[in-house]
Design a binder for this molecule. Sequence first.
Ligand SMILES: [Zn+2]
Length: 414
Amino acid sequence: MNDIELYKSILGVKQPWDVTNVKLDLLNKTVTIKVGYNQSQKLQCPVCDTNGSVYDHNTRRWRHLDTCQMTTIIECEVPRISCDEHGVKQVRVPWAETNSHFTALFEALVINWLKETSLSGVGNLLNLSWDQVAGIQERAVKRGLERREEKPLVNIAIDETSFQRRHEYVTVIYDKEHDAILEVLDDRKSATLEEWLKNRPQEHLDSIKTVSLDMWDPFILAIKNTVPAAMTKICFDRFHVAQHFGKALDKVRAQENRSFFNSGSESPLARTKHEWLRNSHRTDNRSRRDFMVLTRSTLKTARAWAIKETASKLWDFTYRGSAEKEWHHLLGWICRCRLDPVKKVGRMVKNYLWGIINAIIAKVSNAVAESKNARIQRIKKMACGFRNRKRFRMAILFHLGGLDLMPESLVNYA
Ligand SMILES: [Zn+2]
């Protein structure tokens, strides 16, 4: 088998395409494969598939998967044909997507590696620039979004998340039914979310059963303005409510710890931050004997902890009435607790109790919101931050969008 025959079978090119030459550059460890086409065969317009006549040629090069540990380039004089209806068009080649400088198989390799590591990691592995890898990722997301069929919304979650620097936020819209992030919006403003919702077909909004979110007025307003009977569908889920109680507890602990420090005495709270914040219905308290002694002390932090723990247990009710009664009981306790950060959360819970009760009755799961949040944090960590919102959106949709990312040509080619 000579090298032309070898590369013909490696590349799997079919009629009218054919390998015409293989050029080896040992110095640069590059092999260039020339592909030509059989001129006796008719070529089709890429838009309407009718036969057209060859107008001229364009020299194109694509990077392909390495062969024999050498950078492998496909080169072809791609014909442009003239179609009566669509004018002069470059014909489709089976090994690459239009406008890409990489073959479909190479893009597929990059896509698979991007799932495991960062853009710069893939760039280093394949000797590609950051922009080239980002371009492949962007095209993958773009074709995934184009292929995605819009489905009626049923149970969704809307959340803000920060990227890179603190206090810069985007809005993430998550479809719980299909376990996919639908969109990442540029900010966390009411108008932006409202516009996105308004662009859904009306029946896709009518089908909504629950929307889980944090107690955040701009989002609430946008939902009220677009989703029918929003006040019965908005759910402030357990995950977000627990976050607020956790933050208040941590403030109380930090203040109390500081006051021990300032008075010159040893603080029993030193190095206990994570113990207090731990989700205790998931852990075995018997192995935390020293910590449990602290929780029964007269510390302010112990009081804040008891309130946080109680709030985390008030989520299993079947009837609105009993749920409301227990939460009001807790709110009374909070009112008398003399812990300002906790009282602040208490006032918020009181104002938004209707949505908390909605979440309890609808049995909205917090596990999804929590795991989705953790996955976004992992993406952030892997990338060491993002240059801008656009890049952050691309990465989230790439990893969590549930999209079909692979190049179209791969199907014809395989
Ligand atoms: Zn045409």
